[in-house]
Design a protein around this ligand. Structure first.
Ligand SMILES: [Fe+2]
Length: 590
């Protein structure tokens, strides 16, 4: 059975293809269109998926859209007309039976792809979040939590999933919290208030929080009241996101927290205003964490299960995830590589396969590499045409050479195999550097990423070495598989891992198993043999404002116009002729 999943029209559109219950490929539209956070109908991603599997649209058994557009329309309409319901609501029991409602999106999909309307299906938005979180996790039974800004009506759901011994699967969503009561919207409101881009820069709030003290937590708690049934309601007077698209916070919010930050003003953490912003970020972060910990504690008590699968955009908050692992009672927490809306393309396909068509359970490979594959010959060709020094090395020589370059302080653009599905670079489209030197971090910020100094870079290390450098609780390495948890760097290593240690001593570490990315694993081993520290700085291979590179040519063009010194794909290594450690290409040319 061949099922195409689609997410689109809100944020980070994507397509994913499932053949006989197993993912074949998945990619975000932005990686192909090169428009960051592209939310348009993902025709490029769909064409690529079908081409990759050598399928025509007529070969598809089903095309599934990741939310019910009519319900979303109803929510938008209703919100414009009246006040809101409160607190938990029963999850609609008819969910599995109502797949396939007639809404306008069916016509778009049908006409764009040329598939008959009766092959177009719909899942609930949070069912898609839940499905990608549960079915990609190596667990047979787990509690499920989803949390985001909003889907149709739901903003948070709790439930559980099971792969049954007879091969059937089930996902039961027990309860939901409905718009406008939303943890994601609460956090996004502070994202906007602090002068960052909503739905893009929430991670900057998390990064900024480490510089502040949660002195305004009580004020934040005035905005979100816990209810006796374990849910929460937001206090509408402080918000405007439910009444207007113009602004998400109200004048009362400003009265409580002070003037909002102008997005064009730099954040000076030495100034009282800068510290207020950091304290504000720390405060909303703390309230988010304590709310999630409380909800997951309740979910653990209710289900008695050892595992939790967590999906939705809120699951990108690695600091909160680490606290859930430490304090909820769950032994393992699984966050997929794409917990946000892009991942819903895969989730919608999985949900439809397992629950609607009741196909037998199939193991989903435990990695994130579902995108286009890099072509080393394309890199060699482009670099030679451009007059750059190109070398072709066998595997061991290449690994040794890259380790040498990293030790010398060079910054390496690293492309390997298929690209990641989701927002993190997990070792296939990464910029790598030595983890010890602050000047390397500053050079990356200045010459490549062009970004705020308060944002930390992340480390990657091997499973075997992770405990030596990082304070990982039981289950921490699993959460770190897709960089979904933030954990303390051991105090004795913070100085030697200065480029990847955040101001509060933490790091969003990736813990790598050999099977997942053997080449990067070999490089970490080689680097470790020479330096005693098998840890590298690992940041996504892109410059500010652009999506992560996908094909070799995009990697090469990025390499040519920023401070990356060395570029690798397959056996091909390109050295920037004029660059050296400490210099950008621009400086070297000048
Ligand atoms: Fe979502």
């Amino acid at each position: 059975m061949k099922i195409l999943g689609i997410s689109a029209h809100y944020h980070d559109s994507a397509a994913a293809l499932l053949v006989d219950g197993v993912p074949v490929c998945a990619v975000q539209e932005e990686r192909l269109s090169r428009h960051k956070h592209d939310s348009s109908f993902p025709i490029g991603a769909i064409e690529w998926c079908l081409g990759r599997a050598a399928l025509a649209p007529s070969d598809l058994d089903a095309v599934v859209f990741y939310e019910r557009s009519m319900l979303k329309f109803e929510r938008i309409l209703t919100c414009a007309l009246r006040a809101f319901p409160h607190s938990w609501r029963s999850f609609p029991q008819a969910i599995k039976n109502s797949l396939g409602e007639k809404v306008w999106i069916r016509g778009i999909i049908s006409s764009q792809l040329g598939v008959p309307g009766n092959k177009v299906f719909f899942t609930d938005h949070h069912a898609a979040h839940a499905a990608v979180a549960f079915f990609t996790a190596p667990t047979r039974r787990a509690a499920i939590l989803t949390a985001d800004g909003v889907g149709e009506w739901a903003t948070l759901t709790i439930g559980h999933g099971e792969r049954r011994p007879d091969g059937r699967s089930d996902i039961t969503l027990l309860r939901e919290i409905r718009y406008p009561h939303s943890l994601g919207m609460l956090y996004s409101t502070f994202t906007a208030y602090l002068g960052f881009a909503v739905n893009e820069d929430e991670y900057k709030v998390m990064g900024l929080a480490a510089y502040g003290r949660a002195t305004m937590s009580d004020k934040v708690r005035r905005l979100i009241r816990r209810t006796s049934d374990g849910a929460f309601v937001i206090v509408p007077d402080y918000f405007e996101y439910h009444t207007t698209a113009r602004q998400s916070y109200s004048s009362r919010f400003i009265d409580l927290f002070g003037p909002a930050r102008n997005p064009y003003d730099p954040i000076d953490l030495e100034s009282p205003e800068g510290r207020r912003y950091a304290d504000c970020a720390a405060s909303v972060q703390q309230v988010l964490e304590e709310t999630l910990v409380d909800i997951t504690r309740g979910l653990h008590r209710e289900t008695g299960l050892a595992d939790l699968c967590f999906g939705g955009g809120v699951a990108l908050n690695g600091v909160a995830n680490a606290r859930i692992l430490a304090e909820s009672g769950f032994e393992r927490v699984f966050v997929p590589s794409a917990p946000g809306d892009a991942g819903c393309a895969l989730g919608a396909a999985l949900y439809t396969d397992r629950l609607y068509f009741q196909q037998p359970d199939r193991e989903v490979p435990d990695h994130a590499f579902w995108g286009p594959t890099v072509d080393a010959r394309e890199l060699a060709h482009a670099a030679r045409e451009d007059g750059q020094a190109v070398e072709e090395l066998d595997e061991s020589a290449l690994i040794e050479r890259i380790a040498d370059e990293l030790i010398t302080g060079r910054i390496v653009g690293w492309m390997d195999g298929a690209s990641e599905f989701g927002p993190r670079a997990l070792g296939h489209r990464s910029i790598l550097a030595a983890p010890h030197a602050r000047d390397i971090r500053d050079r990356l910020n200045r010459d490549i990423k062009h970004r705020e100094e308060f944002r930390p870079f992340a480390p990657v290390t091997t499973m075997e070495s992770a405990d030596r450098f990082f304070e990982l609780p039981a289950g921490g390495a699993r959460l770190a598989r897709f960089m979904s948890g933030v954990f303390p760097v051991r105090p004795e290593w913070r100085e030697r891992l200065a480029a990847v240690t955040h101001v509060d001593g933490s790091a969003r570490v990736q813990v790598l198993e050999r099977d997942m990315a053997p080449r990067l694993y070999a490089l970490l081993e080689e680097y470790g043999r020479r330096t005693g520290v098998p840890v590298l700085l690992n940041t996504s291979f892109n410059v500010a404002g652009e999506p992560i590179v996908n094909h070799a040519l995009e990697g090469y063009l990025t390499f040519r116009r920023c401070g990356i010194d060395v570029l690798v794909a397959g056996p091909t290594l390109v050295m920037k002729r004029v660059a050296g450690p400490g210099k950008s290409l621009k400086e070297a040319v000048a």
